[in-house]
Design a protein around this ligand. Structure first.
Ligand code: 2IT
Length: 444
């Protein structure tokens, strides 16, 4: 099968799902060589079978707000592929959530989870519920209503949801409480739980920490040291927080964070209590970053993204397509050396092309941010064994996993001129594992 032809078919079938098409296009365009080296893949129609989710659940979530008004939201769970393990992936609560966005995230999750070396399949879910401005009890009632619909489709060995944008420890707690009541079981059915009821140490930090372990490896492979480098980060949520924490610990200087309202430029470096403050800012549920500027006397640039500052390293930590071609050109003109996505699909295809054509190190989200779901996998292991590991034990495993992912990307992404195409490396390594598992298990 010509994968171009398959892409045209997928486009014709799902013309309005642009994020999903973008994610599929990226993978199909980078696996073509290995696909054609394995006629058995073609014979078993691996690519055709991989691009469509196993099933999609769509449900209505009805709840009552603090004024007593009845609210209706949409809920989804997309079980994409469970060939190597139970469906696994986060839940996103954000007004932009739609089937296209969840299908792109679920599709990416298959390869990301395959890269982690742990047995996890790919899934994603969420709702168009907007947590912004909602009270704690509204969030609780929404989560309970959401789980009343979802619980019958998930289970600790079937499908294990977790957090994503808009879903953190608080939401996971409310979701878990309702699941436990309905299913009458205490199991690791969700990850990202609080420590008191089966959560794992380091899970909150893991996406950011893993992203920095990967970035450090990328730099070292190119003969550079992360120490002393200037870093531009976008976002100010859990992922940006973990990234800033580890980056400063490694001796780099973080100069930006951002929100939907604009970005903060702190020339003195975002460190110590300023990083702690990010959590406080997030907990207000207003989704604005500007109060940081007033509190710490930094600059706030309204309505702009942080990619216009001079930085050695850029770490998108917010959402998909948050760094476009123009941003890439600005970063390159300002001497950026490495761009590593800790958000999912943070760069547009045009931005990626800029980085690759200019031989700038570029790490795709499915490799760079895999530490989050990998540590979810470690949480599942601890739950299944009814034990808990120390922070040091979890962190050591996370570092090992990120090292292994980096090695796999280099193995499949190294070009004849020595440039490492991490996007290709990650896609090929993830795809080969899934494809081989699909072949071994027959046509099911
Ligand atoms: O995008 C992601 O990998 C996540 N939101 C984490 C998923 C998980 O199951 O921990």
């Amino acid at each position: 099968m010509n994968l171009n032809k398959l892409m045209l078919q997928v486009e014709a079938k799902h013309p309005n799902e642009k994020e999903y098409l973008q994610a599929v296009r990226e993978v199909l365009s980078t696996i073509e060589d290995v696909y054609n080296e394995h006629p058995e893949f073609e014979k078993a129609k691996i690519a055709e079978r991989l691009v469509e989710p196993d099933r999609i659940f769509t449900f209505k979530v009805v709840w009552t707000d603090d004024r007593g008004e009845v609210q209706t939201n949409l809920g989804y769970r997309i079980q994409f592929n469970n060939i190597i393990g139970p469906y696994k992936g986060g839940l996103r609560f954000h007004p932009s959530v739609n089937p296209s966005i969840l299908k792109f995230l679920g599709f990416e999750q298959i390869f990301k989870n395959a890269l982690t070396t742990l047995p996890m399949g790919g899934a994603k879910g969420g709702s168009d519920f907007d947590p912004k401005g909602k009270s704690d009890s509204e969030v609780m009632r929404f989560c309970q209503a959401f789980m009343m619909e979802l619980w019958r489709y998930i289970g600790p060995d079937t499908d294990v949801p977790a957090g994503d944008i808009g879903v953190g420890g608080r939401e996971i707690g409310y979701l878990y409480g309702m699941y436990r009541k309905l299913a009458r079981e205490n199991t690791g059915v969700l990850t990202g739980k609080n420590l008191e009821f089966g959560g794992s140490l380091i899970r909150p930090e893991a996406t950011g920490f893993g992203g920095l372990y990967f970035t450090k490896q990328m730099l070292e492979t190119a003969g550079m040291d992360i120490k002393g480098k200037t870093i531009a980060i976008s976002g100010f949520g859990n992922v940006a927080w973990g990234a800033a924490l580890k980056a400063t610990e490694m001796g780099a200087k973080v100069v930006t964070i951002s929100g939907p309202d604009g970005y903060i430029y702190d020339e003195n470096g975002i460190e110590g209590e300023k990083i702690d403050y990010m959590l406080e800012l997030r907990a207000t549920c207003n989704d604005i970053v500007s109060p940081y500027a007033e509190k710490f006397g930094a600059k706030f640039i309204a309505g702009k993204k942080p990619w216009e500052v001079k930085a050695d390293i850029a770490l998108p930590c917010a959402t998909q397509n948050e760094l476009n071609e123009n941003d890439a050109k600005l970063l390159i003109a300002n001497g950026v050396k490495c761009v590593a996505e800790i958000s999912n699909m943070g760069c547009t295809p045009e931005a990626i092309e800029q980085f690759i054509n200019n031989k700038i190190m570029y790490g795709p989200g499915k490799a760079v941010n895999a530490g989050g779901v990998a540590t979810s996998g470690l949480e599942m292991t601890q739950n299944a064994m009814h034990i808990s590991w120390t922070a040091e034990e979890v962190d050591a495993k996370l570092q090992q996993i990120m090292n292994d992912i980096h090695t796999a990307c280099v193995k499949y992404g190294k070009q004849p001129d020595g440039y490492i195409n991490y996007m290709k490396g990650a896609n090929v390594a993830g795809f080969l594992k899934v494809a081989k598992a699909m072949l071994a298990q027959g046509i099911v």
